[in-house]
Design a protein around this ligand. Structure first.
Ligand code: ZN
Length: 130
C-alpha cells in the first residue's frame, strides 16, 4: 500500500513500482484524483485503440488492474473510472498522460502465478494464454 507523488504520471508510476518491486503477477486497486487524464477505448470493429483526453481535474472513483508478463517483463493492464464535478462518470483503458493529483494504491502480489501475454489473432489484443 502507498501513495504516488503529486504531478507524477499514473501509469508510469505504477510501472516503475512494479518493476522496482519485481512483481510478476498481481492485482491492483487505486483511488484518488487526477489533474488531467488520457484513456483509450478499444474499437472492436476496427481493432484499434481510440484515445480519449480529459483536460480537467477529476476523481479517480475506481482504478483496477492486473500485473502479468508481456515479452518476459512485468506489465500492468489498468482501467480507470473517473468522476467529473457533476458526478458523471467517464473512463477507459489507462494511458500515459494521466497526471496525478493524489493517488493511493494497493497492490497484491500473487506468488506462484505465471501468466504471459501473447498476441491473440481473434481480438488483435495481447491476451493471457489459456
Ligand atoms: Zn484494457
Amino acid at each position: 500500500m502507498g501513495r504516488f507523488e503529486h504531478g507524477a504520471d499514473l501509469l508510469q508510476a505504477l510501472e516503475e513500482l512494479v518493476e522496482k518491486e519485481g512483481i510478476k503477477a498481481g492485482a491492483l486497486s487505486l483511488i484518488g484524483a487526477v489533474q488531467e487524464a488520457r484513456v483509450a477505448f478499444f474499437d472492436q470493429a476496427s481493432k484499434e485503440y481510440k484515445t480519449i483526453e480529459f483536460p480537467a481535474s477529476m476523481e479517480i472513483l475506481s482504478c483496477i488492474g492486473n500485473i502479468s508478463l508481456k515479452d518476459g517483463k512485468p506489465f500492468a493492464h489498468v482501467h480507470i473510472v473517473l468522476g467529473d464535478k457533476e458526478g458523471r462518470v467517464w473512463g477507459g483503458h489507462l494511458l500515459p498522460g494521466t497526471k496525478i493529483f493524489a493517488a493511493e494504491f494497493v497492490i497484491e502480489e500473487l506468488e506462484g502465478v505465471h501468466l504471459e501475454r501473447e498476441y491473440d489473432a481473434m481480438t488483435s489484443l495481447s491476451l493471457w494464454q489459456k
